[in-house]
Structures are given as structure tokens and as C-alpha cells.
Ligand binder design. Sequence first.
Ligand code: GTP
Length: 156
Amino acid sequence: MNVFKDYYNNTVQLSFLDHPFSKNPKHVWVICRYKDKWLLTDHKERGMEFPGGKVESGEAAEQAAVREVMEETGATVNKLHYIGQYKVDGRHETVIKNVYYAEVQELTLQSTYYETKGPVLLKKIPENVKNKSNFSFIMKDAVLESCMLRIKKLYV
Ligand code: GTP
């Protein structure tokens, strides 16, 4: 178990075990790769981040992951790998999120990207992402670096 503070000083617990905090998490986050690049979305308020969101009622977390990637980037997921789970103890609520690594098959233009401006492809995630105002706060804690290390070791 990895414990640290996030960008807003909330406590985060991250684990690579099999669903340690909840069998049915209500949130998902998907680290996506397409043709040797990282695929992110540009959220209208938060800035660039890997896609994700809330699991809808009647939906499995994996289905939410595939749906959110399509909605926010137009990408079709070819393979989805479970990476881990994290829990954020916020001031008002606790959020539990599954992290996945997705291999993307194709990117198709969408008429809407919902609350985002759509796909962004990056060769590299900048080292100093924490200091960049065009990146989202969810990219600014140790969840990103720990998960990226694991993904690079296992898949990339
Ligand atoms: P809506 O209900 O969609 O309007 O969103 P919300 O702002 O209430 O957000 P959500 O329920 O997704 O998350 C509630 C709080 O949890 C946020 O304000 C953040 O402080 C925190 N949070 C959510 N997701 C993450 C994340 O991926 N990383 C970190 N560090 N905190 C998160």
C-alpha cells in the first residue's frame, strides 16, 4: 500500500492488489496508449488528463472504462488491463477508483466529447506535470507516476 497526499492535500491510498477497497468502485481512470503515444483528453475545466469518470448504475467498472474512453477521446479499446485501485479521502466524500491500462485500436472523430475538448496524443508525459496549469490535478499526485512505472514494466 502506497499512502500520500494529492494536489489538494487529500490523503490517497494506492494499491496494486485485486480491488482492495471495493469490489464495485464508482469511479474509473484509464491510462491509454495508441500507436506509441499516450492518449489523454483535454477536460474543459481541469485540463489534460487520462480519461475516466463515474460508473453508471447497472454498469460494470470495465464497461464504464471502455465507455468513458470512447466518450472523451473517440477511442475504441482493444485490450483493458486492471492495474490497481486508489481511495481518496476528500473533505466531503471518499472516492474509490479503479485504474486501467488500455491499448487503443482506433481513434474516430466524434460529434461531441462531452465535458472535454477531445483527444490529445503525447509522446511523453512531461516530468514537471505538477507545475503545468494545462494539466489536470488528477495527473499531479503519485497515482500517475506509480501506475506509469507499473505499466511500463508490464506492458509498454
Ligand atoms: P461531479 O459529481 O461529477 O460534479 O464531480 P465532483 O467534483 O463531485 O467529483 P467526484 O465525485 O468525481 O470527486 C469528488 C472529489 O474527490 C473531488 O473534488 C476530488 O477532490 C476528489 N477526486 C476525485 N477523483 C480524483 C482523482 O482521480 N484523484 C484525486 N487525487 N482526487 C480525486
